[in-house]
Design a protein around this ligand. Structure first.
Ligand code: UDP
Ligand code: MG
Length: 326
């Protein structure tokens, strides 16, 4: 049977909300009346999530598959692992926390029927803290400026992708990435629709402020060299100007003799240059760190087990290499 729709759901410590998710997700998908599968990826949860996913697999083995990571590799790696296993013609990603209602999946699919290969989403009335809304908007602005990626709402994970896009994503081996943005770079006819957004049904956000900042660095450095280029250009310009200034000071000293005044101006300039240098070193570090990770070629995630009805192919590439390589 050809599967029309695969839904990929990363799960990390979502025990309190999973029952509600199952109760709404499956009826919503059944109502679509197309062959579908749900691929849950347990991202090393430390609570009872894995056990609940096992139970759900036993309840609906025909349409459920579960990938169990043996550690916490992050939301985007979980989605990547899901993508490598999906069999559907269209793939939808959804968060486990019910912030995006599963009932909206039908609308995404309907939009794809119109011929789009990437359906993004914009959260109508976003229900998150004011800080996250404002920070999100600011980050959007920066991203629009320095990358080619045009997304109104980068944070919303309820999105639909065509098989071709997911295959393209699967052929990428990058470690720090941001799936909606990566997918966008492969899309030929992207479109966005508005979707509902609700408060988290249960449990709490898995992202601390620190992790959100890291994620946004991924988003920028994975898709743009502009920060690096801006820095090197500005650095060159400023060093040129300061050379001129030093020459001016030297000439002035020869002609007028030494002077103690103006010392603090000099300090000012030195600190300014130091600041730029430190900022730039930090920026270089961001890129270098990612290069270092990439050249290590470690498996991006390790799969402990895959629960599925008929014996599918061996857990692909990553896991096998993980055992052999490390
Ligand atoms: N998640 C994950 N691994 C992580 C962090 C989060 O698989 O390390 C999953 C989480 O279970 C949820 C989704 O990613 O399904 C989004 O997380 P969350 O709702 O906490 O993010 P927020 O809505 O606060 O941005
Ligand atoms: Mg959420």
């Amino acid at each position: 049977m050809n599967i029309e729709l695969s839904v990929v759901i990363p799960v990390y410590n979502e025990e309190p909300g999973l029952a509600a998710l199952f109760a709404r997700l499956y009826p919503a998908l059944d109502a679509l009346r197309i062959p579908y599968e749900v691929v849950f990826v347990n991202d090393g949860s430390r609570d009872g999530s894995a056990a609940m996913l096992r139970e759900q697999f036993q309840r609906r083995p025909d349409v459920t598959r579960v990938i169990l990571f043996n550690g916490n590799f992050g939301q985007h790696m979980a989605i990547m692992a899901g993508f490598e296993q999906v069999r559907g013609r269209r793939i939808v990603t959804l968060d486990a926390d019910l912030q995006n209602p599963p009932e909206e999946i039908g609308r995404l699919i309907a939009k794809m029927d119109e011929g789009y290969d990437y359906v993004g989403s914009i959260r109508r009335m976003r229900r998150d803290s004011a800080f996250r809304r404002i920070a999100g908007r600011a980050m959007n602005l920066v991203r629009e400026r320095i990358t080619r990626i045009r997304m109104t709402d980068q944070g919303c994970m309820l999105r639909a992708y065509s098989r071709e896009i997911v295959d393209a994503i699967n052929s990428c081996r990058e470690i720090s990435t941001y799936i909606p943005a990566l997918a966008y770079t492969f899309a030929q006819r992207p479109v966005e629709i508005e979707v509902e957004h609700e408060e988290r049904a249960a449990g709490e956000s898995k992202y601390s402020l620190y992790q959100l900042i890291r994620l946004n660095f991924d988003l920028v450095t994975a898709f743009s060299l502009v920060p690096l280029q801006m820095f090197s250009l500005a650095g060159m310009l400023i060093s040129l100007v300061s050379i001129l200034f030093v020459i001016y000071l030297a000439v002035r000293r020869l002609l007028l003799g030494p002077e103690a005044e103006g010392l603090f101006t000099l300090f000012g300039i030195v600190f300014f240059l130091l600041g730029i240098a430190l900022f730039g070193i930090g920026l270089l570090g961001e890129y270098l760190g990612r290069i270092a990770q990439q050249v290590r070629q470690r498996p991006r995630y390790l799969i402990q087990a895959v629960l599925e009805a008929e014996a599918g192919p061996e857990p692909k590439g990553e896991a096998a290499r993980g055992v052999a390589g490390s």
